[in-house]
Write a protein that binds this ligand. Structure first.
Ligand code: ADP
Ligand code: MG
Length: 247
């Protein structure tokens, strides 16, 4: 791909260990602005660890990560800047159970961006409308379906006005009938031009939305390609075996 100064994310020669176990092996990945990357691979292959390194929920030991040109290093200033730019959505939503839906979306803006309450609530309502659940604003997360909770989590992340969104298996904890409503939200986000890295096994989503699909196994990127080539003519035997098992 075009390795230009515009890259949203540049990962080069990334290595990471948990104690003596090497979880990421020589990862190189550049993500362009507005590019949509889908990451797939067997459980334990390092997908979560890789995307968690991008906003330093996990620390890497070797290699370089640049986010919008800012190096992810020991500089607190850089880390703050990167975390402002990068939103994350998790498998298990991670909403605050004791706060209403609206407050889940408003409070982080007030606490970490210094937003005024009125502005924060207005933005919360505008993103809850965008994910099509404004009528749930005064409820608590426990009163919502899984699909609704995940859409709140997406709205909450968007309220921080990120330039990049990371999704870690956002639909894998959902009942099947709720998967589509969450994927539809993510498709809309992609159509708006959001830069996205999505760890998912929803291959229909990958085909429709991804610019490139990454296959990881045992901490390595085994194959990366455009969806039509990746799904219809994967070059690596390990990719072929994986796709045969999940499709
Ligand atoms: P995936 O998301 O592809 O399932 P993970 O990134 O969660 O993979 O995990 C990759 C490997 O690292 C697995 O073998 C997992 O057991 C191990 N691992 C994950 N997190 C930790 C941790 N905090 N400490 C030690 N090992 C971990
Ligand atoms: Mg994972």
């Amino acid at each position: 791909m075009n390795v230009d100064a515009e890259a949203a994310i540049r990962i080069s020669a990334l290595n990471k260990w948990y104690d003596t176990f090497q979880v990421l092996k020589n990862i190189d990945l550049d993500v362009a602005v507005s590019e949509r990357i889908v990451v797939c691979g067997p459980s334990g292959s390092g997908k979560s660890t890789l995307i968690r390194c991008i906003n330093r929920l996990e620390e890497h030991q070797e290699g370089r990560i640049l986010v919008n040109g800012t190096p992810l290093d020991d500089s607190v200033k850089n880390l703050d800047a990167i975390r402002r730019d990068v939103g994350m959505v998790f498998q298990h939503f991670n909403l605050f159970p004791h706060l209403t839906v609206k407050e889940n979306c408003a409070l982080p803006q007030i606490l970490s961006r210094g937003a005024q309450r009125r502005e924060a609530e207005e933005r919360a309502m505008s993103f809850l409308t965008k994910v099509r659940i404004p009528e749930q604003a005064e409820k608590y997360p426990g009163q919502l379906s899984g699909g609704q909770q995940q859409r709140v989590a997406i709205a909450r992340a968007l309220c921080m006005m990120p330039k990049i969104m990371l999704f870690d298996e956002p639909t894998s904890a959902l009942d099947p009938e709720m998967v589509k409503e969450v994927l539809d939200t993510m498709v809309a986000l992609a159509e708006d031009g959001m830069t996205m890295i999505v760890v998912t096994h929803e291959m229909g989503f990958a085909r429709k939305v991804a610019d490139r699909v990454v296959f990881m196994e045992s901490g390595e990127i085994v194959e990366i390609g455009k969806p039509d080539v990746f799904f219809d003519a994967p070059t690596q035997v390990r990719t072929q075996n994986f796709l045969r098992n999940i499709m």
